[in-house]
Every structure is written in structure tokens, then in C-alpha cells.
Ligand binder design. Sequence first.
Ligand code: FAD
Length: 591
Amino acid sequence: KVNPKDIFFILKEQLRYGVLCKLERYRELNEKTLDLMVNEAIRFAREVVDPLNEVGERWGVKFENGQVYCPAEFRKAFRQYGENGWIAAARDPKYGGQGFPHMMRIVVNDMMYGACQAFNMAPSLTHGAAHLIESFGTDALKEQFVPNMYSGKWAGTMCLTEPDCGSNLADITTTAFPEGDHYRIVGNKIFISWGEHDLTENIVHLVLARVDGAPSGVKGISLFVVPKIRVEADGSLGGPNDVVCGAVEEKLGLHASPTAQLHFGGSGKCIGFLCGKAGEGLAHMFQMMNAARINTGVSGMTLAGTAYRNALEYTKTRLQGRDVAGRKKGSVPIIDHPDVRRMLLWMKAMVDGMRSMIYTAAFWSDFAHEMPSGTERDHYRHLVDFFTPIIKAYCSDMGFRVCETAVQCLGGYGYCKDYPLEQYLRDAKIMSLYEGTNGIQSMDLMGRKMTIHDGAPFKAFRSEIDRFCEANRDHEAIGDKVRALAGVAERLWEMAEEFRKKMGSDPLQWASYTYPALIAFGEVAMAWRLLDMAAVAWPSSKKNGKEADFYRAKILQAGWFVDTTLPHTWATIEVCQRPGREILEMPDHAF
Ligand SMILES: Cc1cc2nc3c(=O)[nH]c(=O)nc-3n(C[C@H](O)[C@H](O)[C@H](O)COP(=O)(O)OP(=O)(O)OC[C@H]3O[C@@H](n4cnc5c(N)ncnc54)[C@H](O)[C@@H]3O)c2cc1C
């Protein structure tokens, strides 16, 4: 459930995404082709992926004798997804990609995750795993695996987590023993999404492991390609590769997505191939993890968007209560109640702002990848780096809260399975946990992203917001709101500088407040994107009629967000700077 008008407003009017076609790599494309692709993604999501949400929730995951069985509808949809080119929409045509801008992968995922989160993880992981092989593998590995994965013939996974190794990947114990042109892999991985299933004839696991004798810590970690079924030299499938699924998790949500415990080499017969340089596995894996972090934000935002639109529909038809000002007689649709409208407006602004934030970062990522090297390209790289933990953590946590608010709009029915809202709420919770918990994201933002390249990522972010405020502070419609943003942003920059110093001088106090600091950054970024949309919408909002209401709504939501959220942001910044040390002083036994 999306409103294509909102999507195209951001793409065409706010970002003018057609300019991407001026980049050398996209010379063959034009804005019309991009529009066609977005419309086709919306159609595919509605017709093919959306029906899977209910089917998957009902069927769940059937696990018998080490095998996971999925609904037949999932198998069919995965095949279509691959055949229609969605897995590799933004990849190089050399290996079966369609050569669209990187940004389009995010837009496609917005549609597909919003339609069925549990399902879309499978093609999304397949894309990420194949892209790792394409980026770092030998030519032989690329030819053997990548086209089969991009076409959806085989699926892929990312295997990082181990029983004693979640947030801290430095302690990985899975081991790779050199043997001729390959390695023998031995170890156990847990929580592997789509680690076992029957959607495809083979599953290609991208596994982090330590070459036998490698140093401890992250420097000793390498990346391996480990197929479930061995692949012969001629490309045909051989026998099983000793990758055994021991169990699948029973979970709060994502019931149709198998979360597998995988045992590699329990019988000593699992082989894997080194992908990239030995000892650089974690650095290589960061390509997939950074993309997955953005995608986790996409999931949070788009689940929120779907929940919002479901709630909106309901509030227009549910009759309950009298109009508080007596404007209508008898029972009124609940959308007439100001308190319900407050929830709707908050959800609308949150979804639109988060979508704009994510699409903007995705748009920049094309400049970061495809521009000739130089300071401008570096600027975009720094922006994407800085936005990654904000998008991951802010959009996942706020996406969950929007889903909760959508349940609230439906009253008791929201809590029941008659409507999909309770499922969205359960499904959305995982986003704050996987791909690096939100606590870890906040430390990345307030630590590494403040200091690497002499603080360039932070400076790039700051310069974009300062520039926007300077250009719009006297805007005839939103000037006062822009000045309010500029005031809060100024306080945020002071706080950020203080955090930078505190990280070294008082790490415990620093680590006590990185999470609220990230939220403050998220809120400032939201206000900026919403006000930017309002500025873009202003000329069209002055016309008459219903069409102009669409644009007026952008101005109303931005003004409301600034007035009702930024005062909290200001307070959060003060909280982050308070000297009190209760968090640290509370004795463990007194909690
Ligand atoms: C449904 C599901 C699907 C998943 N899919 C995959 C997958 O496909 N591949 C894969 O490899 N993994 C996957 N995971 C694993 C997931 O990425 C981890 O669960 C996550 O990284 C957290 O690790 P953990 O569960 O061990 O928690 P822990 O690391 O034990 O963390 C517990 C808590 O402590 C906090 N914490 C830990 N260390 C620190 C620190 N240094 N500073 C501050 N706070 C800290 C965390 O923020 C968290 O709140 C999946 C998990 C689930 C539940």
C-alpha cells in the first residue's frame, strides 16, 4: 500500500532523479525509463509480492529432517522476481544485471519490503551475497555463481553470527583449513536468514571464518563462498556440501522467513572458496552490511508506510463517537476526531520524511560511486557514510513506533488478526536488532563517523543542513520553521563537538548518551527533508483545487513536525550534555 504520488514527488520534484542519467554509467537511460521501472515495481509488488504476506504468515516455516519447506506461492514468486530482473536491477549487465542506478535498488526494495518483508529478505540477501562475489571474487567464482544468483536460480545468505559472537564479530571461531585450491570449513552459525529453504536448488552462503592459524581479532577474519550443494567444474550441481540446518527459530515476527542454525563441516566435508583477500573478510563484508543497514531502514520506513495507509483507510470508514464541536449529527468517522488526526498526521510526516531521507541518501550513493574521483565525489561518500547509521537506527525505531500508532488508530481491532496491523508491528521489531543493533549504530555515528577522515562525514552532513537553512531562512512560507531548524542544528553541532572530545576523555559518559544523540541527529535530518519538500511544494500549493491540496499537505506536515518535534530535539540535546552520571553510578545489584 503506497501512494505513488508521494513516491514520485520525492523522486521527480524534490530530487529530480533524472539527473542521474547524466552520469557516464547511465548515459543510455533517461528519466522516462526510470519512471517506467518505478511503476513496474509498484505493479509487481502489488500483484505478486503483496499476496505473499498473508500466505506466509499463515503457513510460517515448516521444518522437517533438516529441510525447510516454504509455501508454493513463495517459490513461484521468487522465480518470477529473478526472471523479471529485480534481484540485479542495479547491477552490471556483464553478470546479468540491468544496469540501473544504485538508487533504484532502494526504490524497488521500498515497494517489495512494504508488500512482504519476510519474502523480500530472500532476494535482497541473494543480491547482497552475489554482489560480494562480483566485487571481490576471482573470475572463476564470479562466472560460477553470480549469474545464477542474479537470475534467481540460486539464492544467497550472509553468515556472520555465532552463538557467542553477535555484536562483536571479532570473536568469530568458524575456521577454514587450507586444502588445495579451496578450504575446509568447520563451525556453527546461528540466526541465518533464509539459511535453509526450498525456493531454489542451491543456496550460496557468504561465510565469515578464520583461516587456521590466523591472528585473533578482526584482522584474522576472511570471507568464503560456501554453497549448500557443490558445484562441478562444468557448472552442474554435485552432491551436498555438508552444510546442515540444525533448527529454525520460533520468533515474534517474520514468520515466513526461516532463521536457521547452520552447521558447516560437521562431517569434515564442507568446502569453501576464499572471496577477496585473506584477513580482509570483515572489510569486504561491510559492502553487504552497509547496504543491508540502509535496507533495514527502508524496511522500517516502508512497513510504517503500509501500516499508516491501512490505518488511514480504517479511520475513514469506522463510525464511532460524536463530533466534539457538533459539526455533524450522529456517529462520525473516527478521522473526524482531532486526537485520531494527530496520530495520522504524525504517521504521515514520519513516513514521508523517512522516505525522503532514505531516497536522498540513495541518490547521493550514485554520485558517490559513479562520479569521477575528486572532492565532490568524496563529499557524497562522506554523506552516505554519515547517513547509514542514522537511516538504520532512526528509521527502524521510528518505523516500529509508527506501526504501534497505526494499531492505536484501529482501537481493539488493531490488536486482532482480522487486520494486518499487529503483524506489521511484530515484523518491524527486528529492524532495531539485526544488521548491528541500534545501540551499536549510535556508537558508530557518535564515534567513528565523527572522527574518521578528520570528521569529514560529520562536516559533510553539517554543510548540507547549514546550506539549506541559509538559502531558505527568509522563505515566505516556511522561513520561521527554517530558522527554528537552524537554531536547533547549531546546538546539535556544539553537542557533536563535545561528544567528539568526550569519546577519548570520558568514554563511559560518552557511551551513556550516544543513542539519544543519534535520535537528535535523526530528528534534525527529518526536519530538513520535510522542510525541503515543503519548499519544493510551495509554488504548486498556491494554485486552487484538490491537486494543490497534495502540495499544501507537504507544507502543513513540515510545519507541524518542526513545531512539535524540534522542541523535544532541543531537550534531547540538553539531556545528552547533562553532567549527571546516574547511569554509571547505579550499582549492578541495585538495578
Ligand atoms: C530474525 C533474525 C534474523 C537474523 N539474520 C541474520 C543473518 O542473516 N545473518 C547473520 O549473520 N546474523 C543474523 N542475525 C543476527 C543479528 O545480526 C544479531 O542478533 C545482532 O547482531 C545482535 O547480536 P546478538 O543477538 O548476539 O546480541 P548481543 O550482541 O548479545 O547484544 C545484546 C544487547 O547488548 C548490546 N550490546 C552488545 N555489545 C555492546 C557494546 N559493545 N556496547 C553497547 N551495547 C552492546 C546490544 O546493543 C543489545 O542491546 C539475525 C537475528 C535475528 C533475530
